[in-house]
Ligand binder design. Structure first.
Ligand SMILES: Cc1ncc(C[n+]2csc(CCOP(=O)(O)OP(=O)(O)O)c2C)c(N)n1
Ligand SMILES: CC(=O)[C@@H](O)[C@H](O)COP(=O)(O)O
Ligand SMILES: [Mg+2]
Length: 615
């Protein structure tokens, strides 16, 4: 991988094939040391090399869907060495970033928007009389998201020259689901049909035309054609459909892209690939190598296997609740494993619903189930729930339906970075009338709060918990109110969820300065139980609130305004949160430090609130 040509257009087919092998080896080697989205990136190597043979991504616009398959593109566009820093603080991101390279046309991270972005760029090009090409690279999983169809429908109607490459490996993170996945599976059989047709013609050429045999065989052929070669969904939308083609044949891909480039309208190239291609542990277990931690290349074993985590505790508790009550159902939007629902899916298949990458649909579907008397629990990553804001208001809140949102990956998530941090949900869920938002600080609280949410809260309710393990604070406060964890007289420290661990550390350090803090843990942040806070602030006059959420409508701001309305004055205070910008990628503890949310920084800031200068 020492010398990568800047321009791949001059490569011969055999050189291009050799380059693919080099890229694969490089991906396996680097990701084994950094962790990352390996299986998707391995599967897309030939597609990316073919794109770079035919297009110039510094001028032509290549829009990645999700962007987790972009590693070969990063290597080919000047970031080979930087791959050593993939997803680390200060290093390159795991997703496309225009700030890293002109060859990254658009940010990505969330699924199903690539065709919309690409048609926007194509229209801009036409209006500005530009001379570049626009491509979208979308996976079959991302094609389960509704926005992809809004984009395709508009693209087909527009007639704009645009190339959509559909990378179809039959997999989302787990197996692709839904009617379109079935349709694509049938399309994939098309070459088999074409082979059958060839053989059929040969046989028919020696049989007399007309007559009984012909009629029967023709009927059989038509039936097979209807099963194997359904009319293309895309052509009906006005998009020229090419394929399906073997996505690991770089020569054919290059030819087809050259052909698509000449077509004066929207084209979809259907490419079949193998997720994890070229690394047998990943081919065997593409879901395990979708997003993988550091691993041993020889064995494929993780160097640091995942320990206990909130998601698995959630999944176990869901199984218990479903045993107890036949109305409890689990819903996921293509995140079965990540949200800890593997066991539930096995044990209660009839009450488990993977709806594809369709968070808005999942929320509206849950609303329908709740209206008819079921108890739906939608397990969703915080940042993906952003997609469903209107459904939360329109389909759930207006009728105060009892839907439980299990909001996983709340707070800073680490290496996935700015597109994936769960720092918005605390703020936006609070705007939804009638919503309850519970915040467990440890596994035991998650168990009891989930039970409370499913069986006792009448309306919409969310439980938010972070990625990974619990901290040292492991007692169950057994409450959904605000709890005074520790009593002092000098400052009121307020937090929720895992932030309690840092606040306890901060309070211990303050004692060394003779400063004694009230620590109030909020078990519910919407609505907030204000009484213990009001009583404490009346006493200390100092309010200090720490949270890994954005500043706007953070709990601290809400408390300040609620206290002011009650005429309770705060003489000094600090609101520590993730601010009003986007937080980069790195480990969770590095990012907490960056935001001033680790125990040491909280202590420094609390000291200042108590009148001590910087120590
Ligand atoms: C809105 C949204 N929901 C969920 C995800 C999580 N997610 C990331 S990749 C992925 C599967 C994508 O499958 P596909 O597009 O087929 O790509 P492949 O990994 O198979 O190459 C999912 C569900 C996301 N990124 N965005
Ligand atoms: C690309 C994407 O959106 C997912 O693969 C995400 O990275 C999963 O995150 P976890 O690793 O926290 O499950
Ligand atoms: Mg896929």
């Amino acid at each position: 991988m020492d010398h990568i040509p800047d321009d791949l257009s001059g490569l011969s087919d055999s050189e291009a094939t050799a380059l693919c092998e080099l890229l694969r080896a490089r991906l396996i080697d680097t990701v084994s040391r950094t962790g990352g989205h390996l299986a998707s990136s391995l599967g897309a190597v030939e597609i990316i090399v073919a794109i770079h043979r035919v297009f110039h991504t510094s001028q032509d616009r290549l829009v990645f869907d999700v962007g987790h398959q972009c590693y070969a593109h990063k290597i080919l566009t000047g970031r080979n060495e930087a791959m050593e820093t993939l997803r680390t603080l200060g290093g390159i991101a795991g997703f496309p970033k225009p700030s890293e390279s002109d060859c990254d046309a658009f940010v990505a991270g969330h699924a199903s928007n690539s065709v919309s972005v690409a048609i926007g760029m194509a229209r801009a090009r036409t209006l500005q009389k530009g001379k570049y090409h626009v491509l979208a690279l979308i996976g079959d999983g991302a094609l389960s998201g509704g926005m992809a169809y809004e984009g395709l429908s508009d693209a087909g109607d527009s007639g704009e020259p645009l190339i959509v490459i559909l990378n179809d490996n039959g997999m989302s993170i787990t197996k692709s689901v839904g009617g379109v996945a079935d349709h694509l599976a049938r399309q994939r059989l098309k070459p088999q049909y074409l082979r059958f047709k060839k053989g059929y013609r040969k046989v028919m050429s020696v049989l007399p035309l007309g007559g009984h045999i012909y009629n029967v065989t023709h009927k059989v052929k038509t039936a097979i054609k209807e099963t194997l070669l359904p009319c293309s969904l895309f052509e009906d939308m006005g998009i020229t459909y090419l394929g399906p083609v073997d996505g690991h044949d770089v020569k054919r891909l290059t030819r087809l892209l050259n052909y698509a480039k000449e077509l004066d309208g929207p084209v979809l190239l259907h490419v079949r690939t193998v997720k994890g291609k070229g690394y047998s542990p990943a081919e065997r277990n593409p879901d395990r190598f979708h997003g993988v931690g550091r691993f041993c290349v020889e064995t494929g074993e993780l160097l640091h296997p995942a320990g206990p985590n909130f998601s698995s505790v959630f999944g176990q508790t869901m199984c218990q609740l479903a045993e107890e009550d036949g109305a409890v159902c689990a819903i996921t939007a293509a995140m079965q494993s990540g949200t800890g629902l593997d066991q539930f899916a096995q044990q209660f298949p009839e009450r488990f619903f993977d709806v594809g990458i369709a968070e808005g649909h999942a929320v509206a579907m849950a609303a329908g189930m709740a209206k008819q008397g079921m108890k739906p629990v939608f397990a969703v990553y915080s940042s993906f729930l952003q997609r469903a804001y209107d459904m939360l208001i329109h389909d759930i809140a207006l009728q105060q339906l009892h839907v439980v949102l299990a909001v996983d990956r709340a707070g800073l998530v680490g290496e996935d970075g700015e597109t994936h941090h769960g720092v918005f949900d605390a703020a936006f869920l609070d705007t939804i009338p009638g919503m309850t938002v519970l915040c467990p600080s440890n596994f035991q609280e998650l168990r009891s709060m989930l039970r409370y949410a499913v069986f006792q809260v009448p309306g919409p309710v969310a439980i938010r918990y972070p990625k990974g393990n619990e901290g040292t604070f492991q007692s169950d406060t057994g409450s959904v109110k605000s709890c005074l964890l520790q009593e002092g007289k000098d400052i009121t420290l307020i937090g929720y969820g895992m932030m309690i661990n840092q606040l306890l550390e901060c309070a211990d350090r303050l004692v060394e300065h003779g400063i004694h803090a009230d620590i109030i843990k909020l078990n519910c942040i919407t609505p907030i139980d204000l009484e213990p806070i009001a009583a404490s602030v009346k006493k200390t006059k100092r309010l200090f609130c720490a949270e890994d959420s954005i500043m706007a409508n953070c709990v601290g701001q809400r408390l300040l305004s609620a206290l002011a309305l009650r005429g309770i004055s705060v003489e000094r205070g600090a609101l520590v949160n993730t601010g009003s910008t986007f937080v980069t990628h790195g480990t969770v503890s590095q990012l907490q430090e960056l935001c001033g949310l680790d125990g040491a920084h909280l202590y420094q800031q609390a000291l200042e609130v108590c009148g001590y200068g910087k120590q």
